[in-house]
Ligand binder design. Structure first.
Ligand SMILES: NC(=O)c1ccc[n+]([C@@H]2O[C@H](COP(=O)([O-])OP(=O)(O)OC[C@H]3O[C@@H](n4cnc5c(N)ncnc54)[C@H](OP(=O)(O)O)[C@@H]3O)[C@@H](O)[C@H]2O)c1
Length: 189
């Protein structure tokens, strides 16, 4: 189903990643200290811990590629008790009751596994899975958070054979820490 065919559906797939200014979402060594910048933007907004917690409660499930999953396990699980769907061709297993693994056609996964159960679905990386979702028109919203740093090298978010797609800017928020969150909706023609 293309984005244009999904106007009446109840679920919404949001792609969310943090990117450097030059378009990288990960360094080659997988270190994440580049996200802890010392930048201060006085005109920016700040959000409280309580607001973040309340917002995260609105997310019904996270979807990610197996590499992002494995990295999250190394870093310390950030997804709490929210259901997590990991896409992999391998036979993986987890001791976490909230984690499920799927392989196969991504459209089928979204339409038959996720849509009946979840409304607010967050696709949180990595680059490979995000590109597949975008190619298939499975993303309704892009939330791109730009960190105030140039990395020069690493894993590019958009490095695949994407075709031209128009997106509507819906919101832009600058934070006190210098990060900027851009929200786009898929253009439905
Ligand atoms: N900055 C950010 O916001 C952000 C967010 C997320 C991740 N990251 C970083 O990005 C890196 C990982 O990204 P990545 O692009 O290398 O990998 P990824 O997208 O997380 O995972 C790729 C894996 O997902 C599975 N996969 C992807 N498409 C599939 C399909 N159509 N069918 C079945 N399985 C599929 C495959 O797993 P198998 O090989 O197991 O079959 C593939 O190897 C990590 O360093 C992570 O920390 C950054």
């Amino acid at each position: 189903m293309s984005a244009s065919e999904k106007t009446n559906k109840s679920q919404r797939v949001t792609l969310h990643v943090v990117s450097s200014l030059d378009g990288f979402i990960a360094k080659k060594d997988n270190s994440v200290s580049w996200m802890d910048t010392k930048s201060v933007y006085e005109g920016g907004v700040s959000i409280s811990h309580e607001e973040i917690v309340a917002f995260l409660k609105t997310i019904d499930c996270y979807v990610m590629g197996s590499k992002t999953y494995e990295h999250a396990l190394e870093l310390g699980w950030p997804y709490g008790d929210t259901p997590v769907v990991v896409v992999s061709t391998r036979q993986l297993s987890s001791t976490k009751k909230t984690v499920e693994f799927y392989s196969g056609d991504l459209r089928t996964i979204v339409d038959e596994k996720l849509a009946p159960r979840y409304r607010n679905i967050w696709l949180v990386g990595g680059a490979m899975l995000c590109q597949r979702f975008l190619e298939l028109g499975l993303v309704d919203e892009i939330k791109l958070t730009i960190a105030p740093v140039l990395l020069g090298d690493g894993l590019r978010l958009f490095d695949g054979p994407l075709t031209e797609q128009q997106w509507d800017l819906k919101n832009a928020v600058a934070y006190k820490n210098g990060f900027v969150e851009l929200t786009y909706d898929a253009v439905r023609t």
